[in-house]
Unconditional design. Structure first.
Length: 264
C-alpha cells in the first residue's frame, strides 16, 4: 500500500473518495471545509462518493481512497475500518483521534471503571460494545496520516495531493524542538514552563509555540523522541517530571513507545 495515481492511469478514472467519522468531535472534518479557497478545486479532482458528516446514506461498496477521522472505540468501529481497508487502495487517517487515539485514548486504562463513573453503571445499549480506544493504525494498516488536533486544512490538501498524484516524500520523524530552533523562538523551559516539544513529532511548524503557547503534543510522540532524556531535562529546568508524564497521556496513552519508555 502507499501513494498512487489514479488520475493518470490508462482509464483516466477520477479517484472515488469516502470520508468516514469514528469517535471524535468531527472537528478535523470541519477543518477540511476551511480550505474554502481551494475546496472546489479539490472536489474537482475527486469523486466524493460519501461523507459521513453530511449524509445519512450508507457508504458505497466500492471506492479508492478512504479518509478516516476518529478513534476506534467500539467493535462496530473496528469492523468498519477493517471493511474500509479491504476496499480502499489507500487509507488516510486524519487528526489526533485517528492517529494517536487522541483524548479518547485517555480512557483506555481501566475502561470498565471509567465507563461506570461516567454513566453511573453500564453504558447505554446504543453505545454498542465498547473496547479500549485505539488509533486506526492499531487495527489496520494506514497508508498516510495528517497529524494534530485539529488538522491544518492545508496540511490535508497537501497530503491528499500526494495520494492522488504520487509522492516519494517520507514522513517527518524529528521532534518539534527543531522547528522552534528554526523559528528562533525562545524555549519555555527557560521559564520552567512545561512544553512537550521535546518529544512531539514535528511537522506543524510549531504553530502553538509561535503564538506563545507551549506544545501539548497533539501530533503524538516522535519516533526519534527520547522520553527519558526529556524527563531529565524537565528535572534540570525545574519542571515537574510527574506533570510531564501526565501531559503525555492526552495524546499518547495507547502509544507503545510511551510504555516502552517506562511510563505504563
Amino acid at each position: 500500500m502507499g501513494a498512487f495515481s489514479l488520475i493518470t492511469d490508462a482509464e483516466r478514472r477520477v479517484p472515488r473518495v469516502v470520508v468516514v467519522g469514528l469517535a471524535s468531535c468531527f472537528g478535523c472534518q470541519i477543518q477540511i471545509t476551511n480550505a474554502e479557497p481551494y475546496l472546489m478545486q479539490i472536489l474537482g479532482q475527486i469523486d466524493l462518493q460519501y461523507w459521513q458528516l453530511v449524509t445519512s446514506e450508507d457508504m458505497p461498496d466500492e471506492f479508492d481512497v478512504a479518509i478516516i477521522e476518529g478513534a476506534v472505540t467500539t467493535r462496530e468501529a473496528e469492523q468498519t475500518v477493517r471493511a474500509v481497508r479491504e476496499r480502499a487502495a489507500h487509507v488516510m487517517a486524519i487528526g489526533a483521534c485517528a492517529t494517536t487515539a487522541g483524548v479518547t485514548g485517555m480512557a483506555a486504562p481501566g475502561l470498565g471503571g471509567r465507563v461506570g463513573e461516567v454513566y453511573e453503571g453500564a453504558a447505554p445499549e446504543s453505545s454498542g460494545e465498547l473496547i479500549e480506544p485505539r488509533p486506526v493504525s492499531a487495527v489496520i494498516e494506514v497508508d498516510s496520516e495528517v497529524l494534530c488536533c485539529p488538522i491544518d486544512p492545508m496540511d490535508f490538501v497537501a497530503a491528499l495531493q500526494r495520494v492522488l498524484f504520487g509522492s516519494n516524500r517520507l514522513p517527518d520523524t524529528r521532534t518539534l524542538c527543531s522547528d522552534c530552533k528554526r523559528n528562533e523562538t525562545e524555549c519555555f523551559y527557560n521559564d520552567a514552563t512545561l512544553c512537550l516539544g521535546l518529544v512531539t513529532r514535528a511537522g506543524c511548524g510549531a504553530r502553538c509555540v509561535n503564538l506563545g503557547r507551549p506544545c501539548n503534543g497533539c501530533a503524538g510522540l516522535s519516533p526519534d523522541a527520547n522520553v527519558e532524556a526529556a524527563r531529565m531535562a524537565c528535572a534540570t529546568y525545574g519542571v515537574d517530571v510527574a506533570a510531564f508524564d501526565k501531559a503525555l497521556e492526552m495524546f499518547n496513552q495507547v502509544n507503545p513507545a510511551l510504555a516502552e519508555s517506562g511510563d505504563e
